[in-house]
Design a protein around this ligand. Structure first.
Ligand code: FAD
Length: 415
């Protein structure tokens, strides 16, 4: 078996950011990243691709280009974990051993869980910003639709970027409003959940836009099937009388698939009850195997699954994993920060920023940027600043405004 100080499973946002952060702190460390994809994606950009604001090319780069130079890239898929032997097994049957393992395999989009959806996507008005190749189709549909019914769906939690299903809707509605077409388009938001957004402080600002765009909100209404040719979507709706199936015709359907833990984690000894990689929510260390850490969408911590969360988690995992390698106590704490820039209209964003338990934790003072209101400052951040922060700061281990908190201080705060 090949052996490394650190093996990282997944070379997405979390895997690359963690490797870069570790190498900034300790030159010469032997790190392998196991990642099958040739392309690395900046997924937060897909919302703006769907709105015709970004070109798709600005949301991807060759994986080879984002890999830190010192990292050994193993272009393969992990199929199982043998944590008792500090070993991971790859699809071709080979393996790699480690002193420390970082699990960063993301979340799996379960398209197949909605019968008919996979076949329908990309034709007949069915689209999703959750796929790189389909976000441009959202843009095409929104720019061409002149009348009829547009349905936007949201699956049960957990999903990555919980605001993204409604972001696609607001940006489409804004275009229709500007073009004078909204009066001829009826818009529905069919949400499997029971609330518009999980943190109540942001809901009033969002409701203003729901009213402005005359959106019909249907809660506890879950997409369960799509007939692309007939342009009919099937929903399971909870009502006081019980659950019923309803069918809705559409001219445009923006579907977001249910999302699950990657199989290799779910079936392993590293999984929490949810199927995601078990962690101590503060140190991001596995509760059973001290030489295993996890972060990003694939870990079981209760933060909002966002790249913004990863930006703060990566330095915490880097510091703690290095301490573990050196046999020292862990020192860094993650407090559950995550963020969701809700694009309510072109040019304005409601910037949700919160930590564990829905505690609001804004980066900027209110006089610069009040996240509970739609602001141009937050749009500027998403449109111009954050892509740069992603490629040039986060993936390079530079950690602007993301220095890890001290674990000792957190423990004192709790006491
Ligand atoms: P990913 O970046 O998805 O990377 C996981 C990697 O693991 C992938 O490269 C995959 O190939 C690899 N992998 C999977 N299985 C295996 C395996 N078995 N073996 C080896 N490798 C494997 N976040 C924000 O902060 N703000 C936003 O505005 C925002 N908007 C979003 C909009 C959309 C439409 C989407 C889809 C996401 C959005 N996000 C946003 C969320 C953000 O993209 C994710 O939270 C972030 O990418 C998580 O990083 P990750 O490394 O955990 O997962």
């Amino acid at each position: 078996a090949r052996t490394y100080d650190v093996v990282i499973v997944g070379g997405g946002s979390a895997g690359i950011a963690t490797a870069a952060s570790m190498l900034k702190r300790r030159k010469g460390l032997s790190i392998a990243i196991i990642e099958p994809s040739d392309v690395h994606y900046y997924q937060p950009g897909w919302t703006l691709v769907g709105a015709g604001v970004f070109q798709p090319q600005v949301t991807c780069r060759p994986t080879a280009q984002v890999m830190p130079r010192e990292v050994h890239w193993i272009k393969a898929t992990v199929t199982s974990f043998a944590p008792d032997e500090s070993r991971v097994i790859l699809a071709d049957g080979s393996d790699a051993t480690y002193r420390v393992l970082v699990v960063a395999a993301g979340i799996r989009l379960a398209w197949e869980a909605i019968p008919g959806l996979t076949e329908a996507l990309g034709h007949n008005g069915v689209t999703s910003n959750y796929r790189f190749d389909l976000a441009p189709y959202t843009n095409k549909l929104a720019s061409e639709l002149t009348s009829g019914r547009a349905i936007f769906t949201q699956p049960p939690m957990p999903i990555k970027c919980a605001g993204a299903p409604q972001k696609a809707m607001y940006l489409s509605c804004d275009r229709w409003l500007q073009a004078g077409r909204l009066k001829d388009i009826s818009v529905e938001f069919n949400n499997a959940g029971a609330v518009l957004f999980g943190v109540a402080a942001y809901v009033p600002a969002l409701m203003e836009y729901v009213k402005r765009y005359n959106i019909q909100l249907n809660f506890e209404t879950k997409l369960v099937g799509v007939d692309g040719l007939a342009r009919v979507a099937r929903f399971e709706q909870k009502t006081p009388e019980g659950t019923k199936i309803i069918e809705r015709e559409f001219d445009m359907l923006h579907a977001v698939p249910p999302q699950v833990a990657p199989d290799c984690i779910k079936t392993s000894k590293l999984a929490a009850a949810s199927g995601f990689a078990a962690v101590n929510e503060t140190t991001l260390q596995n509760p059973t195997y001290p030489n295993v850490f996890a972060l990003g969408d694939g870990c079981a911590a209760s933060n909002a699954k966002t790249a913004a969360a990863v930006r703060q988690q990566a330095p915490v995992v880097a510091v703690n994993a290095l301490a573990q390698l050196e046999g020292k106590p862990l020192t860094a704490a993650y407090l559950g920060y995550g963020s969701c820039p809700l694009t309510v209209e072109r040019g304005r964003i409601v910037l949700a920023e919160f930590s564990y338990g829905g505690k609001i934790t804004p980066t900027f003072p209110t006089w610069i940027l009040d996240g509970t209101k739609p602001t141009r400052a937050a749009w500027f951040l998403k449109d111009r600043v954050l892509p740069w922060v992603y490629w040039q700061d986060m993936l390079k281990g530079r950690e602007w405004l993301a220095a890890p908190k001290a674990l000792a201080a957190t423990a004192q705060q709790k006491a």
